[in-house]
Design a protein around this ligand. Structure first.
Ligand SMILES: [Zn+2]
Length: 482
């Protein structure tokens, strides 16, 4: 039954749910209620008594879980959703770093961020790190934050600029002024990180950027262990400089040496694993199978919607797939058979919720459904779907059965931002028209031919084996027929 839905300021109670609390013990409750009051979770348990005027949401047959957390997303690139589906990392670098990334104007930045931010809350991602690495000036940064503030989600601006050395932009008065003007004092709704990479520049000029982060008291996030781009050299520079501080996020961490993994683990670092990205782009094999051996805590991310999906259901699924595929493949190389999996559905749900909260230092605020925490809550329930029942293994259901279309209700900081599968108080039409302007502009700048070519990089020469057996007369493939 559809009702008008909870009204602003009304306490909300979810009734009769399976609750994945993601508390320390990973307690799973069945037939339980979750009550929010104001910004916080007020009670969790069966048959809760609730204040008069509480909005009731029937969660029967559904799963209540903490809002999901994405610790690394280049939100501006959502403006070009899906464009780079067939790229490798090389095409991506050329496009964004060397050529077309510079063409983005502040309004294009705004358009991409706005759409990505709406997409986050729609899919139950209540906290998103905007790894915003095309901020050519603070005018761009203002546009990025304007978009984040136009959407009722929880965000962290990871400020970066690939068009200059980090030591150049991070040390300017404008940068500090921006931080004071737009970020300082925003509390847990708008966090801040400094985002830059360490390709191993001689003399370690990035030291200056680490000092800025230290002075502001903000964390650093860096793409580490990216094949052909960042390596152990950068990790060693950080380590020798004393900048591998707790709370630093190492994005991908896919192709590092054992020594670097030990250093990350020993210094309180966190990984942000983007499995769809690592499997497609070539940073290195998606590393959870390795990170868990070193005891490096994992959070999940989706990197960029210029290629991939932007929801954490996909991230959890891809991560479990990649980890298990590696285990099997390695065992087969040894002539062995894996009979029991190490990584469980429960683990990747942790990565996608509590793990993200820990990585962002927000663990005491969000990441679990516990009394006193901020109410960032997702209800997965879709009575019209044949995939909605039976719910036998709730973690498995979230990872392999559910998808973003099953997100029924989303609360961020106690506020209902989606109810009964519909966004609340979000102007999707405005986001669409902003994106259309950006695409028109970019297409115009490219010209039609280059625009098409950018989407379709050359396919390298590759061989189809000559088969000594013939099963059919027509052995041609569709590609040869073209
Ligand atoms: Zn990235």
């Amino acid at each position: 039954m559809t009702t008008a839905g909870p009204q602003p300021g009304q306490p909300v109670v979810f009734r009769n749910a399976t609750v994945l609390t993601m508390d320390d013990a990973h307690t799973v409750l069945t037939g339980a209620d979750v009550l929010t009051d104001g910004e916080r979770i007020a009670a969790v348990g069966p048959n809760l008594e609730v204040p008069e005027g509480t909005a009731e949401i029937d969660a029967t047959g559904g799963i209540v879980m903490p809002g999901m957390i994405d610790t690394h997303r280049h939100m501006w690139q959502t403006a070009m959703r899906g464009y780079g589906a067939d790229w490798t990392l090389t095409q991506y670098f050329v496009y964004y770093y060397l050529t077309w990334g510079k063409k983005f104007r502040p309004q294009d930045y705004y358009a991409g961020n706005l759409l990505a931010a709406i997409e986050s809350i729609d899919s139950g991602v209540t906290t998103t790190v905007d790894w915003s690495h095309g901020l050519q000036t603070t005018e761009y940064a203002d546009a990025a934050v304007d978009a984040l503030e136009a959407v009722p989600g929880r965000f962290v601006l990871a400020y970066g600029n690939i068009h200059q050395g980090s030591w150049e932009w991070s040390t300017t008065p404008e940068f500090r002024d921006f931080y004071v003007r737009r970020i300082d004092g925003k509390g847990d709704m708008l966090g801040f990180q400094i985002a830059f990479d360490l390709p191993g520049v001689e003399g370690f000029p990035e030291k200056a950027t680490f000092e800025v982060a230290r002075n502001l008291g903000v964390p650093v996030t860096t793409h580490a262990g990216v094949w052909g781009a960042t390596s152990d050299v950068g990790i060693n520079q950080m380590h020798e400089g004393g900048y591998m501080t707790p709370g630093t996020i190492y994005v991908h961490s896919a192709s590092l040496s054992p020594d670097s993994y030990y250093k990350i683990a020993a210094t309180g670092g966190f990984a942000s694993v983007s499995t769809e990205s690592e499997c497609n782009a070539g940073q290195g094999y998606s590393p959870t199978w390795r990170l868990r051996k070193y005891g490096i805590p994992v959070s999940l991310s989706q990197d960029t919607s210029v290629w991939w999906s932007g929801d954490i259901f996909s991230a959890m699924r891809a991560t479990l797939n990649a980890d298990r595929a590696k285990e099997h493949d390695e065992a087969h190389e040894r002539g062995e058979t894996v009979t029991n999996h190490i990584l469980r559905a429960e683990d990747v749900v942790d990565y996608g919720t509590r793990g993200g909260a820990k990585a962002l230092g927000l663990d005491s605020v969000v990441g679990s459904v516990e009394v006193g925490k901020k109410a960032d809550i997702v209800l997965i329930k879709n009575d019209d779907s044949p995939v909605s029942f039976p719910v036998l293994h709730p973690y498995g259901h979230v990872v392999f059965q559910a998808n973003r279309g099953d997100v029924h209700t989303v609360l961020v900081n106690g506020k209902v931002v989606k109810y009964d599968h519909k966004l609340v108080g979000v102007d999707l039409a405005a986001a669409k028209s902003a994106i259309e302007s950006t695409i028109d502009y970019l297409k115009g700048e490219h010209g039609p031919e280059e625009w098409e070519n950018g989407m379709h990089p050359e396919i390298p020469e590759h061989e189809t084996l000559a088969n000594p057996y013939t099963y059919r007369d027509d052995a041609s493939t569709w590609r040869e027929e073209k």
